[in-house]
Design a protein around this ligand. Structure first.
Ligand code: ATP
Length: 444
């Protein structure tokens, strides 16, 4: 296996478009590196440059201490697995896996030994005689991986290899691919636009935006210490709530004014309290993850200065938890980064957010415990969840935007107020970790 270095690598296409800009990335021997980011951020271009399928405009690409900019693809000793794995339909699983080795004129005995060994690792040993049409989608994908693995290349490249599988199989294959990769200790670069895939599979994750690397870190560091608003909003599902807050000092304690409410920021609840000092008196972007907000009805000893009040606009009971869509008075953060991630779902999300911002409505998503009784307040004629409030989470799950109803309930005033404390400084009533991540001043 090998290490791979992108040393200031850029790609400018013939039309002048800069798809990858000065990429510095050091991929260690045996590491599972995931390139993730919204559509068009340049991750496939980076992968194709590594494969030798795309010319490098600037910088150096190094595999095992050798600059490979001018080395043709077939001499780079790299194997690729794509979304569309083309298996030969008339060949058995064994012959599909052995095909590349036969071309390399490797002896029959060695081919048999390599194919059988890898078939065992990836759980195909009982299927070697079958033709692809007699395999499930997941099994076919494993054959495609096996075909790449038996070649024993220096580096594996995978470009959205699971995106053709149905949701359940994708989850199953996620852990399969990770297991196989760790068993083989094979240096792997894996491209996906799915942040859940990135977080669950990668040893490290490189998050890109518009051709620029934003942060490369372990999944947990990306989650707990995002370097900028883009990383903060991209990582996490549902996404982090980001809202404008005015930072102030009250009786020696830092507080954040959010709309008409004040939230105390205790030193242990914020990542870098000293850093925050210079933002006192200014507007900042305050980020709270949905999983760090709990229903105050379940946390009766939560101090009042750590509670916020909001109106329930919709709820989604998922069995193990309750996703609550709340509305507070305040303004969502609408920077370019946030808009770009929203646009990756659907342009209508931006319009939705901008309208809410104009009306000083702050939509918040919270993941309450399943015991929560939070519900949209009932109205005469029956309460209905608000379509707009569910929009983002539905889009994330691939649903189409629900049509705006003539009797859109947002035209009516709030009827009931929900107890909604962020789980700031949660101990002892909430085991979750430092929930408030002040990100910095928004460019609004
Ligand atoms: P996706 O997840 O949609 O595949 P990506 O992050 O892999 O996105 P790339 O395929 O690397 O994105 O493309 C990066 C940018 O480069 C895109 O804006 C794309 O339109 C542009 N691009 C890709 N190929 C070319 C080309 N041959 N000429 C000009 N621009 C190109």
């Amino acid at each position: 296996m090998a290490n791979v270095v992108f040393d200031g690598v850029s790609k400018v296409y013939d039309n002048g478009f800069r798809a990858v800009d000065d990429l510095h990335l050091d991929i260690r021997d045996g590491e599972f590196m995931v390139l993730v980011g919204p559509s068009g951020c340049g991750k496939t271009t980076a992968l194709r440059m590594l494969a030798g399928l795309e010319e490098i405009s600037a910088g150096e690409l190094i595999i095992d201490d050798e600059v490979v900019n001018a080395v043709p693809p077939q001499k780079r000793d790299i194997a690729m697995v794509f979304q569309n794995y083309a298996l030969y339909p008339h060949l058995s699983v064994y012959d599909n896996m052995a095909y590349g080795l036969k071309i390399q004129k490797i002896g029959k005995a060695e081919i048999r030994q390599r194919v059988e060994e890898i078939a065992r690792v990836i759980g195909l040993e009982d299927l070697l005689g079958r033709k692809p049409k007699a395999l499930s989608g997941g099994q076919r994908q494993r054959v495609a991986m096996g075909r790449a693995i038996v070649r024993q290349p220096k580096v594996f490249l995978m470009d959205e290899p699971l995106s053709n599988l149905d949701a359940k199989l994708r989850v199953q294959m996620r852990s399969e691919v990770s297991r196989i990769q760790h068993e083989l200790k094979a240096t792997t670069v894996y491209v996906t636009h799915d942040q859940v895939e990135a977080m669950t599979m990668g040893d490290r994750v490189a998050l890109m935006r518009r051709g620029l690397l934003q942060q490369v870190d372990s999944p947990m560091r990306l989650y707990h210490a995002p370097r900028n608003l883009f990383v903060a909003s991209f990582i996490g599902s549902p996404a982090m709530n980001l809202f404008e807050a005015q930072l102030a000092r009250s009786s020696g304690v830092l507080v954040a004014q959010i709309g008409d409410q004040v939230l105390q920021l205790s030193p242990e609840a914020v990542a870098e309290p000293d850093e925050l000092e210079r933002y006192v008196g200014r507007t900042v972007a305050l980020g709270v993850r949905p999983e760090h907000i709990e229903d105050a009805a379940l946390l009766t000893d939560a101090p009042s200065e750590r509670r916020l009040r909001g109106v329930v606009r919709a709820t989604e009971a998922l069995g193990s938890e309750l996703i609550a869509h709340l509305e507070l008075s305040g303004r969502p953060v609408m920077t370019d980064e946030v808009k770009e991630i929203a646009a990756d779902l659907d342009d209508s999300v931006i319009r939705e957010l901008e309208a809410e911002r104009g009306e000083s409505k702050l939509p918040i998503v919270a993941r309450f415990d399943e015991a929560s009784r939070a519900r949209r307040p009932a109205r005469r004629g029956g309460g209905r969840d608000e379509p707009g409030a569910l929009l983002r989470s539905r889009l994330r799950r691939g649903h189409r935007r629900p049509p705006r109803r003539a009797d859109d309930p947002r035209r009516r005033g709030p009827r009931e107020v929900l107890r909604c404390p962020p789980s700031v400084n949660a101990r002892p009533w909430c085991p979750r970790r430092s929930p408030l991540d002040p990100i910095g001043a928004p460019s609004v």
